[in-house]
Design a protein around this ligand. Structure first.
Ligand code: UD1
Length: 417
């Protein structure tokens, strides 16, 4: 079993480069199958979710070459095969093939997507959207068979601004006749990144990044080119690490508008940083104040940074709280944080209190999900002694070259296969 071993309490200085956003890239790769022949995606992160998506795309007949900093994708020989379960369950984002293949072929067959076990995570909003566009959805055991003789543009109101559903319906609507209007759409930067790719391949998309998105169906999308935005969650994770251990640590590739809610909370806590262009410089801070955090959809505080920031809160004098409004089961990291010396209490299903400051001690811990893994990794970096993180595959799903990036700025961290 692979593990990460960290010897804690090392000061970190130098520069960390932020990679392309996982949640953009995992949508952009499936979106590329809308193209009739060629597309290029630059700045794709080196994470295991991308390797699995490439496996699915090669299974479907795509030719993919990694050169000159980009993934060059040729879909000329794309076949509409049912996507086998052993591939689709590897990650949640495999569900984007639903929208993309439905648009391209009018049919898709795929098993229920996988992903981190952080709550129920239904996909009913996606399914209702496909049906509104004129598709028929059959669920046999955990296989989805979605068919449409013809997709027709329509107005769709989402019960909740789901990131996945917004992107999936944008993809499906690209193959529909006429205009689709999505109301109460998600506004996350990943939506804008996907929209820019669709626009680049010839599809008319208006309003991405707002609550109302319009997509005109288009028959011949091709030659899409896109740069994956820098990862706002990876940025936030390294900023949190910098606030705990940095000595003029430079984090390069910041888009400050994408991390506004995090920066506001850091200001409230009393953390000092400077932003110059796309570089944020940060050093270890003292005299921090406790805060209350509530996770929300963008531009609110992102649920994906809730677990990483919990570790920072353990170092602050007083009682901080976290209210998790998106997922029912996203405090699993606190079990091992407490074993390392933290005091966190789950007050209700979605409310956590964190009492600090606490000295953390290295020990053996187990990762249960991607961002929970990041929270334990940060704990290992600040803890006295050695921390051994088991099941660290979760962390590698979402953090590109994390061992190398942290080692380069002075962390004592190793990966063992
Ligand atoms: C995406 C991100 C994930 C992030 C989340 C929220 C990817 C691959 N993953 O996940 O890292 O934590 O956004 O920012 O981009 N919901 C339903 N029905 C649906 C769809 C969603 O009830 O059909 C619920 C979910 O259970 C969850 C909430 O809506 O409680 C948010 O889900 P959604 O925005 O869809 O997140 P994902 O796209 O799964």
């Amino acid at each position: 079993m692979s593990k990460i071993i960290i010897e804690g309490q090392k000061e970190l200085s130098g520069e960390i480069n932020i990679s392309g956003a996982k949640n953009s890239a995992v949508a952009l790769l499936p979106a590329s199958v809308l193209c009739k022949s060629k597309s290029v995606i630059y700045n794709v992160p080196e994470i295991s979710d991308i390797s699995y998506l490439i496996e699915i795309m090669e299974f479907l007949g795509c030719k993919i070459e990694n050169k000159n900093g980009g993934l060059f994708i040729d879909t000329t020989e794309l076949r509409n095969e049912p996507i086998p379960e052993n591939l689709s369950v590897q990650m949640r984002a495999s569900y984007y093939f639903m929208g993309a293949l439905l648009a391209r072929f009018g049919k898709v067959e795929i098993s229920f997507p996988g992903g981190c076990n952080i709550g129920a995570r239904p996909i009913d909003i996606h399914i209702k959207g496909f049906e509104k566009l004129g598709a028929t959805v059959e669920i046999i055991k955990n296989r989805y068979i979605i068919t449409a003789k013809k997709l027709k543009g329509t107005k769709i109101y989402f019960d909740f601004p789901s990131v996945g559903a917004t992107i999936n319906i944008m993809l499906a609507a690209s193959g529909a006749e006429g205009t689709t209007i999505i109301e109460n759409a998600a506004m996350e930067p990943e939506i804008v990144n996907v929209a820019s790719f669709l626009i680049n391949m010839g599809i008319n998309v208006r309003g991405a990044g707002t609550k109302t998105i319009e997509i005109d169906g288009y028959k011949e999308p091709d030659n899409g080119v896109v740069d994956v935005f820098p990862d706002r969650i990876e940025s936030g994770t390294y900023i949190i690490i910098g606030a705990l251990l940095g000595k003029d640590l430079r984090i390069k590739g910041i888009i400050k508008e994408h991390i506004g809610a995090l920066l506001m909370k850091l200001d409230e806590i009393g953390i000092k940083y400077q932003i110059d262009g796309d570089v944020l410089t940060i050093s270890k801070c003292e005299d921090l104040k406790p805060v209350n955090i509530k996770t929300q959809v963008f531009p609110g505080f992102p649920t994906d940074l809730q677990q990483p920031i919990t570790t920072l809160l353990t170092q602050i004098k007083g009682v901080s709280t976290i209210e998790e409004t998106l997922y029912e089961n996203r405090f699993k990291n606190t079990y091992d944080l407490n074993r390392m010396g933290a005091i966190t209490n789950i007050l209700t299903l979605n409310k956590l209190e964190v009492k600090g400051p606490r000295k953390l001690k290295g020990t053996k811990v187990i990762t249960t999900d991607l961002r929970g893994g990041a929270s334990l990794l940060i704990a290992g970096l600040i803890a006295e002694g050695v921390t051994e993180i088991e099941q660290c595959e979760y962390i590698l799903r979402g953090y590109s070259n994390i061992i190398e990036k942290l080692s380069n700025v002075g962390a004592k961290i190793d990966f063992f296969e």
